[in-house]
Design a protein around this ligand. Sequence first.
Ligand SMILES: [Zn+2]
Length: 320
Amino acid sequence: MPASRRQFIRTGFGLAAAASLPLVAGCAAPAAPTSVTSSIAPGAFRARVGAATVTAVSDGWASVPLAEGFVRNATLPQVQQALREAGLPTDQLTIPFTAFVVEHDGRRVLMDAGNGQFGAPTAGRLLANLRIAGIDPRSIDTVLISHFHGDHINGLRDRDGALAFPNARLVVPAPEWDFWTDDARRAAAPGAPGGDAVRRVFGPIAASVARFQPGGELVAGIRSVAAYGHTPGHTAFSIVSGGQTFAYLGDLTSIAALFVRHPDWAVRFDMDAEAARQSRRRLLDAAVAGEWIVGGYHLPAPGLGRIVRRGTGYDFVPHA
Ligand SMILES: [Zn+2]
């Protein structure tokens, strides 16, 4: 991985690093059916998918020490080897956070909501980066949530309880809602993070949150796709326009160098590792076959790119 790319990831859409990347460039991914026009602004990366516009917007990143157990079913030396092969540090993990805005059919839809004021000091930049991208948070009309881990929902309301997207309808997967709001089920899930965030974010506004069963169309041609395992109701979103597909994969994979490359590995946050593995294989296979443009919340900057097959796993090829 070139230094500029590493720097880009480390700084999370940093100005200097972004400026060093070409505005439009070919990448190693297979040729798209129709070309994707992309542009980089600080904190945001925009792609056209048929008649839809998809903007990846950084919420920043978090650095955590790499510890035994981050990957449940691989040893620390195996994990370090995978990081080394990707040109990444082997003592710490940099985890990016990227939300997506899809504009289609006169609608402006946000997918996941960032850490807000509740994450690492280097996170919580979604609102600022939306404005930099020319997207007023008040103009978001729908927020779709992939799952209820805090880094995906805490940005919905600030410490005072104010809504970050005051004009948006909040739309969440029903199986996710049902799990996290059932105290007995949640208590029975060992080590499940997120309960506090769910209570804080959704408790006072529960009546206004729309819930859907994954598998149908939600808004503006965007469909939901069940991708259970990471959490009980983890859901992806996809839109097809002009013969192209964009799919927001949420946390189908965490760090690409580990879990795209080794899709049978389980990050410790996967609540049902086997279900997550099957969802990962199914959707990554579909992404390759359909030449999808994919977005992922923890994929390397800009969080938007393509999946290619490599050996028994895959690679994520970021758009650049
Ligand atoms: Zn996450």
